[in-house]
Structure formats: C-alpha cells, structure tokens
Design a protein around this ligand. Structure first.
Ligand code: ATP
Ligand code: MG
Length: 396
C-alpha cells in the first residue's frame, strides 16, 4: 500500500487488527520496531515514522527505529526529555498533533539533522503499558493535508499494541542473554573452584601449587575478558550503544590497527603484508568500533595461525562497497564448524589448544559491521588458512 493512497476508515482498522497479530509473532526487537514504524507511517499517511524509547532511570529518550534509518548507526541517539516534543509527550502522557514544528519552541532538531529529513508536521503518541510510558511513537510530515483526529486514534491504537510487544521482546532478550552468560560462566568457575580447592591440600608439592595458582590466574583473566566482551554485546544488542559517527579513512584505520598489534605479531613471529590502494573512498562510521572489528580479526589471524605464518590484509572498492580482506595461513576451519562461528560464545572444538578466548570476538564484529550497514563473511580451507571479508558501504 502506498503512502499516498487515501485509506478508508474501516480499511485502516482492519489493517490494524492484521498488524496486531503480526506484532506479537516476533520476539526479535529490531524486526519488531521496524514493523511498527513502517506500519505507523503507512496507516497515518506520513512521510516517515520513528520510535523513541524512554529510560526512566536516566530520564532519557533514545532513538531506536525509523523508516528512514537504513543503517543502525543512529540507534541510541539521545533526545533530551526537557526540550523536546517527545519529552513533552512522555511527561504529559498525551498525544501531540502539530502542523508546523517550527512554531514549537520545544522542537529538538538534532534527529532531523542526522537523518536529513526536515520535520514539518508531527503526530506523536505515548506508548503506555501497565501504566508506564515506555516510549514515543512519532509520525512526521503528513503527505496530503494535515494529521487528523482519526490519524491520532489509529496511531494510539497501534501504539498500545506496540508497547506490549516491545516489553515482551525486551524481556525475552534479557532472559536469553542472562541464561547464556550464566551458562558460559559455569566452566571457568568450575575450574577455578577445583584449582583453589586442590591448592589447599597439604600433600601437594610446591610445583603443583604453582601450577594451580597459574590456572587460577588464567581463568580469572578469562572471566574478566568474558565479562567485558559480554557487556559490549549486551550494549550493542540493547540498542543503547551510541555510535560516534564520522567520515573514516580506512587506509588510516587499517594501518593503525596493524600498528596496535605489532608487539603480538613479533611475539609470534608473524609477518603482515598490507596491500592497500593509496586512497579509498570514505565510509561513515564509528572509528573506535570499526577499529575494534579489525583488532578482533587480526587477533584471530594471529592466534589461529601457524608459527611464523603470515597475514595478508588488502582492500578494494567494488562499486558502492569497500571490501577489506584479512587472510591468514592458519590451520583453517572445517565446514561443519563454520556455520556457528558468529554465534555468541562459540569456539571450534579444540581451540583451547591453540589459544585462549571467549568465543565472543566474531559475534561482536558481526554486530558492529551490520550496524554500519555492512557484511562480514568467512571462508576457510583446512591446513591452508582462513579469509575474512568485511564489506562496508561507501559514504554518501
Ligand atoms: N582466523 C581463524 N582461523 C581459524 N579459526 C578461527 C579464526 N578465527 C576464528 N576462528 C575460530 O572461531 C572461533 C570463534 O572466534 P571468536 O573470535 O569469536 O572467539 P575467540 O577468538 O575464541 O575468543 P575472543 O575473540 O573473544 O578472544 C575461535 O574460537 C576459533 O575456533
Ligand atoms: Mg577472537
């Protein structure tokens, strides 16, 4: 259905009923939010629609989804409760219908600046469930005429359905994450417990005691890495992570990432070949997060390489995408283990013999790359090596 078609009243309510069933059928928060904003724009005949979620602890609204948001980079953008129309909607728990926002002193322009869509008219409703405001659903720029009372009713009805679905999806996401974390903490905790227990036995030798102390040291280190990485994932998954977006020169970024890893490369006697053009088109993204992706990938290429192996890093432009390739001469990964590589905590059986790790590196990489509108792929041949390709869209 096109946004320009006038939708009759019964047709709209029929559509709402259809959507309501649809909303509760997914527990994937991203998919759900996307469906809601598209339906909101469709049903109200608006140019765009967006969702801001409300964090009552910090009294902040943060941007979560919009019809005109094709990459995930805008997620997490904070909109102040004081000094925004959305904030007013939360505070007063009432819809706002405005024909021209420039007449409103409360209009917060930053979102418009980031999305390059100028807001003229606006219809916003509070999303309330169990007497709590969980966010704001906004439709902007009515395509024909002005937002009507009926638009407001339809959007409110959609908002109530959406609120319930969002709360459900969030609960599910949290319980899922916590269950996974608890599960993964069990193994290192069990070996810590055993080592600590044994080291107290009077009959063990000094040498054995030292060995146990070493196990305790390594396992606590791993636990601490795991919690840091896990927090990273949880932040990325919750959509609360705020990307700092700028124009990035990948040549600079790639060289810097290799420099950062220099001492680890020397330690393992691994040579790196960098094969980069003099310049690459810029990409829009978060410099530190993209650097984290490269560091993770280079770290894998070091950890799972053979002694005195090599790493080859190259980059090419292919139309509107830039491909970055990291190739190593490691032992490779069997096809049956490749499918699960990007899952949280997954490590190929036997990886412990090569290197320590949490199994979170690749899943963090995937989340970051996808938030940038890109893709990550892995190809591997046993005994030959592994090739990871990251593709990112060219800016503009
Ligand atoms: N370049 C590679 N060559 C061979 N195996 C790899 C390579 N990269 C990843 N793997 C395999 O994929 C698994 C998952 O990688 P990932 O980076 O997610 O976790 P990790 O390296 O085990 O831990 P972390 O990155 O958190 O330290 C690794 O345990 C390893 O078995
Ligand atoms: Mg890793």
């Amino acid at each position: 259905m096109s946004n320009l078609d006038p939708i009759t009243r019964p047709a709209r309510f029929l559509r709402l009923i259809e959507v309501a069933g649809n909303l509760s059928s997914t527990l994937d928060l991203d998919v759900l939010l996307n469906r809601i904003v598209h339906t909101a724009a469709d049903l109200t005949g608006a140019q765009e629609a967006s969702i801001l979620l409300y964090d009552e602890n910090n009294e902040e609204l943060y941007f979560q989804a919009a019809t005109n948001m094709d990459s995930g980079l805008m997620r997490g953008l904070i909109v102040p409760v004081d000094g925004s129309i959305a904030g007013k909607i939360v505070r007063e728990r009432r819809a706002e219908r405005i024909s021209n926002v420039s007449d409103e002193p409360q209009h917060f322009g930053e979102v418009g600046e980031t999305t390059e869509v100028k807001t003229i008219s606006l219809l916003g409703i509070p999303m309330i469930t169990q007497d709590k405001v969980i966010g704001v659903l906004e439709a902007i720029n009515k395509q024909v005429g002005e937002f009507t009372q009926e638009d407001q009713e339809v959007l409110s009805a959609l908002g109530s359905q959406a609120a319930i679905a969002i709360v459900n999806a969030r609960l599910f996401q949290q319980s899922d994450l916590i269950a996974e974390l608890v599960h993964e903490l069990r193994t290192p905790l069990a070996s810590l417990n055993t080592a600590a227990h044994l080291s107290m036995r009077p009959e063990i030798s000094e040498e054995q005691r030292m060995q146990m102390a070493e196990t305790i040291f390594k396992e606590t280190q791993r636990l601490s890495e795991m919690t840091t990485a896990f927090l990273d994932i949880a932040r990325l998954e919750s959509g609360r992570y705020q990307f700092r977006v700028e124009e990035i020169d990948l040549v600079v970024l790639l060289k810097e990432a290799v420099n950062t890893m220099q001492s680890r490369l020397e330690e393992r006697n691994i040579q790196v070949g960098l094969d980069l053009p003099d310049s690459l088109p810029k990409v829009q993204g978060d410099y530190d997060k993209l650097k984290q992706v490269l560091l993770n990938l280079i770290s894998n290429a070091i950890k799972y390489n053979r002694p005195s192996g090599t790493i080859h890093i190259s980059s090419q432009v292919d139309g509107k995408t830039i491909n970055i390739q990291i190739r190593d001469t490691g032992h490779g990964i069997l096809p049956e283990h490749r499918r699960e590589l990007f899952q949280k905590f997954y490590r190929v059986p036997g990886s412990d013999q090569h290197a320590t790790g949490t199994g979170l590196g690749l899943s963090i990489c995937k989340k970051i790359v996808e938030a940038h509108g890109g893709q990550i792929e892995l190809d591997s041949e046993v005994s030959v090596g592994t090739l990871v390709t990251v593709s990112l869209p060219v800016s503009g």
